[in-house]
Design a protein around this ligand. Structure first.
Ligand code: NAP
Length: 266
């Protein structure tokens, strides 16, 4: 099978590194000459031109969110009608507005780090992760699901709109809160000096790649605003009901959600 990957950053690079363990012909598109040199041990089929993707049966679009639509448009003149194309953008509804001449299945791997670029990528990034697939036009997800399994992840089928609401709650708002929490502490030198693992863990997302952070706010702003309003409501509700029973209930649900090795078991 011929598989294409566009954009060899954290996500695209990690897909390339993992899939090169299998018997696939991988075609990589990168605009970065340094990256092109680095990946030559994984595939000889590297170019900055999309033309190398013409024979591909599956293509991953791993560009920043803001460049996803233009990349999907470009592919319309490159791949055949039977090619399965997926993008990995962290927001999903905006890619479902247009019918595509190829088999387009939007998706989003629920795995990442605060780093970006090819050097940050690693082959086990997706191991044990969930990978959301949001079919809307072409609905046969079998081929994509097989590759997602080989990448080490579990497919979760969801509606794009519902996906965007959900990730606003568990990913995009936490990043925003983390940035605000850090900003609120940064001017107190003693607080900054004393900060240890608790502050480190709760502000990890403040170090999110800034392009990704800006795109999340731009492309999922309404859902993030709604999640923020619910969060503010919860701040008041909990303040007015700050008792052992409520804290115990939150603590128990949080403990039940993750296994000892940190995986979400829900
Ligand atoms: P990244 O490390 O910055 O990689 C993005 C890559 O896209 C760059 O390395 C570059 O690849 C290419 N690119 C940059 N500017 C471009 C442009 N103007 N046009 C076309 N390609 C361009 O970011 P990432 O974290 O992998 O994010 C890529 C996608 O994955 C985003 O849509 C994001 O929402 C999604 N995602 C991210 C995470 C996360 O936690 N980081 C998790 C899940 C999904 P070359 O240098 O090879 O050209």
């Amino acid at each position: 099978m011929k598989i294409g990957i566009i954009g060899l950053g954290l996500i695209g690079g990690s897909i390339l590194k993992k899939l090169s363990n299998f018997e696939y012909e991988i075609y990589a598109v990168t605009g970065n000459e340094e990256t092109a040199k680095k990946v030559h041990n994984l595939t000889a089929k590297v170019s900055k031109e999309y033309d190398i993707l013409t024979e591909c049966e599956l293509v991953f679009v791993c560009t920043p969110i803001r460049n996803t639509l233009e990349t999907l448009d470009k592919l319309e003149n490159i791949v055949g009608k039977d090619c399965v194309v997926t993008d990995v953008a962290s927001v999903k509804e905006f890619v479902t507005k247009k019918k595509r001449p190829y088999k387009f299945i939007p998706s989003h791997p629920m795995a990442g780090t605060e780093k970006n670029g090819y050097d940050a990528s690693f082959e086990e990034l997706f191991t044990g992760a969930k990978w959301v697939v949001t079919p809307y036009d072409y609905r046969n997800t079998e081929v994509l699901e097989k590759i997602i399994r080989q990448l080490g992840a579990e497919t979760i089928i969801a509606d794009a709109k519902e996906h965007d609401k959900a990730v606003a709650i568990i990913s995009h708002l936490p990043m925003y809160v983390s940035q605000c929490l850090f900003a609120s502490a940064k001017d107190n030198p003693l607080a900054m000096k004393l900060a240890s693992s608790g502050f480190r863990d709760t502000t990890r997302l403040a170090a999110t790649n800034t392009t990704l952070a800006m795109d999340m706010l731009e492309f999922n702003g309404a859902n993030i605003e709604e999640a923020k309003q619910n969060f503010e409501k919860e701040l008041n509700t909990l303040k007015d009901n700050y008792c052992v029973e409520n804290l115990q209930s939150i603590k128990q649900k949080r403990q039940d959600m993750y296994s000892k090795d940190g995986k979400n078991v829900l």
